[in-house]
Design a protein. Structure first.
Length: 310
């Protein structure tokens, strides 16, 4: 049996060097074979996951020897932290390792949506020349509103400023006297941010308080023609309300990297069909070749620290 079980994809070089010291099972598709996963972890001291493996009571019941859960990323909503705490299982996210990747995804999505010139391929290939329809908006001079102002949001804010954007942020959990507000404008109410922003990006975890934070009412408060970007967590945006707003023209575009159902079911995917001003990517905002190497390295270092301290 294995000491360390890795259930989702990572950079293999980050653990190849330690294979002689620990027995490692690396199966990036194990997440989709729950019964096999539960059997594989019966003697494991460490489990390494991304966002799809549900580290819940059932899983931990099958892993009585587990000491640490390594998270290849930063979101922890797929990990039952209370149960881990009760069982003295250390949870180690790869904090900071994919900040730049997510920030780049957000800024590129905002620029693409505002410019609006990249969805005319079929018309071009059919012989059309849609210059007037393809005329979009510049990024410089626009206001980016960030909902949540943690580390990834702050990296995003710096990139946006370099492009000439004004950045405002709403985060009731960051004190008003925090030094982060020296460079960026803090707004006290979510509605105020939505009314002022040409582009809105979400940077909050999924919780009871944030589920459908952007519902039909909140989206109706957005500046008409603004764009919406979510690389945080599925469920923070009410997808049906977003689709309705895209179709009505209340918002001019949206980009999603996270969804209420992952992978997309056929029913969920159907609601996104035939919406040209909607960008969809498969929860890959924080994953690049470079960030995958960093995240994998940091995660394995965190896991080994716990194992070697016990």
């Amino acid at each position: 049996m294995s000491d360390i079980v890795i259930t989702e994809f990572m950079d293999q070089a980050s653990f190849d060097a330690i294979g002689k010291k620990y027995k490692i099972l690396y199966d990036p598709n194990l997440v989709d074979r729950r019964d096999e996963l539960l059997h594989a972890i019966e003697q494991a001291r460490a489990i390494v996951v991304r966002n799809r493996t549900q580290v819940d009571t059932e899983l931990l019941n099958h892993a009585p020897a587990v000491e640490v859960v390594g998270r290849l990323g930063v979101g922890l909503d797929n990990i039952d932290l209370d149960v881990c705490r009760e069982r003295k299982v250390t949870v180690c996210p790869a904090t900071g390792a994919n900040d730049a990747a997510v920030a780049e995804w957000v800024v590129v999505s905002v620029m693409t949506l505002l410019r609006g010139s990249f969805s005319f391929r079929e018309q071009m290939l059919s012989g059309e020349w849609p210059r007037s329809q393809a005329m979009g908006r510049e990024t410089a001079g626009k206001t980016l509103g960030l909902i949540g102002f943690g580390q990834i949001a702050r990296v995003t804010a710096k990139l946006a400023q370099l492009l000439g954007m004004t950045v405002i942020a709403y985060d009731p959990f960051v004190p008003a006297d925090d030094s982060c507000w020296d460079s960026f404008a803090r707004v006290g109410e979510l509605e105020q941010l939505l009314e002022q922003s040409d582009a809105v990006s979400l940077h909050v975890p999924l919780s009871d308080a944030t589920r459908h934070l952007l519902d039909s009412g909140a989206i109706a408060n957005m500046k008409k023609g603004a764009v919406l970007v979510n690389a945080a967590r599925g469920g923070v945006v009410d997808e049906k309300a977003m689709v309705a707003a895209l179709k009505s023209g209340q918002i001019s575009g949206a980009a999603l990297d996270v969804y209420e159902s992952e992978p997309l079911t056929m029913d969920v995917a159907a609601q996104f069909a035939d919406i040209p001003n909607l960008i969809l990517t498969p929860h890959i905002g924080g994953v690049t070749v470079e960030s995958n190497q960093r995240v994998s390295q940091v995660t394995m270092e965190n896991v080994l620290k716990v194992l070697e301290a016990s």
